[in-house]
Design a protein around this ligand. Structure first.
Ligand SMILES: N[C@@H](CCC(=O)N[C@@H](CS)C(=O)NCC(=O)O)C(=O)O
Length: 345
């Protein structure tokens, strides 16, 4: 005689299944945070050397917009921005490094695209720099627009969105080109300097950085054409929603802090503020930090120890930095740009 399963058993089985799913996702979700805490540092995949974003000096000290993101993450998790292991990544190898668990987070001027999320099992946490692809040429060429580049030899780096956009742009405008492909920024720049190509193409922020390394930066000009959207941001592996939330909200907290006027210089005052949004940010109200698996002071530590988004932008790439890039699209949404973070509440 076969046993019959009644509605009560079905309900019990369903509840048990839901309970087990809940348990397994709670433990799976905290995997990266637990590993990071046990290790005592965040392993952050960064660029091997791109001024303004991620570069090490001769003493091995790293700096840049992406490096500051790694530091912010360490400040949120450990209350200490120095608890980062920098893991330099080439353009070609960066996504595999994240996928295989060699790094906890990738902060390497990486463009958020659909294919990178769906194809490589990654999730981008947000955008820490809205960029676009441009072209660098010698002033002496007298070129005014990228549309005059028909049949040009173009220096470009492998493993990037840059190389794909280049094809789209020239094909879409019925123009021919000859790619001269390098596997690092240094190689691409060397090719350009040696006259292997007349044009160098990459993200405009990269063009600013690379131009500084040329013998006479003033002899080279960035053309006005922007041929693509390059939203650059930190990425994590899929399958660990809690870690994804931490990475995402560290970025949002930096942007929200700027909007709320909380900076590394004013965070002490912010801790005494009675403005509800400021109180939620710095943890004097609510338990948002605890809900992330961190402490109340997660965001106050980020802002106090590393800075808000505007401070970090200005210090590394802004108009008074060596790169001298205007804030442009990366200005806050209420200041004419498109940087916009959801509220902490
Ligand atoms: N944002 C683009 C391009 C990123 C990229 O790798 N750009 C090059 C050119 S600026 C770079 O950072 N190279 C540094 C290096 O290879 O050391 C992407 O995600 O594919």
């Amino acid at each position: 005689m076969s046993a019959r399963i009644g509605p009560r058993q079905t309900l019990a089985a369903a509840s048990l299944a839901l309970f087990l799913i809940g348990l397994s996702s709670a433990s799976a979700s905290s995997q990266t945070l637990r590993a990071v805490q046990a290790r005592g540092s965040v392993v952050c995949g960064v660029n091997e050397g791109l001024a303004g974003f991620s570069i090490a000096d001769d003493k091995g000290a790293w700096s840049g917009l992406d490096v500051d993101f790694c530091r912010a993450l360490a400040a949120a998790v450990f209350g200490d921005p120095s608890k980062v292991q920098y893991a330099p990544q080439s353009a070609d190898g960066r996504f595999e490094a994240l996928q295989s668990g060699k790094i906890d987070v990738l902060a390497r001027n990486s463009t958020w695209t659909m294919g990178r999320e769906t194809g490589f099992g990654l999730s981008f946490a947000g955008v820490n720099y809205y960029d676009g692809q441009g072209f660098l040429v010698r002033k002496a060429q007298g070129v005014q627009s990228a549309l005059e580049l028909d049949s040009a030899k173009v220096c470009v780096q492998s493993g990037t969105t840059t190389i794909d956009n280049l094809g789209d742009f020239f094909t879409g405008n019925n123009m021919k080109f000859e790619p001269v492909v390098g596997s690092s920024a240094a190689e691409t720049l060397k090719d350009y300097e040696a006259g292997q190509c007349s044009v160098l193409t990459t993200d405009v922020s990269g063009l600013y950085a690379l131009r500084l390394q040329l013998a006479k930066p003033g002899d080279h000009v960035i053309l006005p054409d922007i041929i693509s959207k390059e939203p650059l941001g930190p990425a994590v592996r899929q399958g660990d929603p809690q870690w994804a939330d931490i990475v995402k909200w560290v970025l949002f907290a930096m942007i929200d802090a700027e909007e709320l006027g909380v900076s590394s210089k004013t965070v002490g005052q912010a801790l005494k503020s009675n403005k509800p949004a400021v109180m939620r940010l710095v943890g004097t109200e609510g338990n948002f930090g605890e809900q992330l698996g961190l402490t109340k002071s997660w965001a106050a530590n980020v802002v106090g120890m590393v800075g808000n988004y505007g401070e970090v932008f200005e210090r590394n790439v802004g108009s008074k930095s060596k790169l001298g890039i205007p804030r442009g699209l990366n200005e806050l949404w209420n200041m004419g740009g498109i940087q916009y973070a959801p509220p902490i509440r």
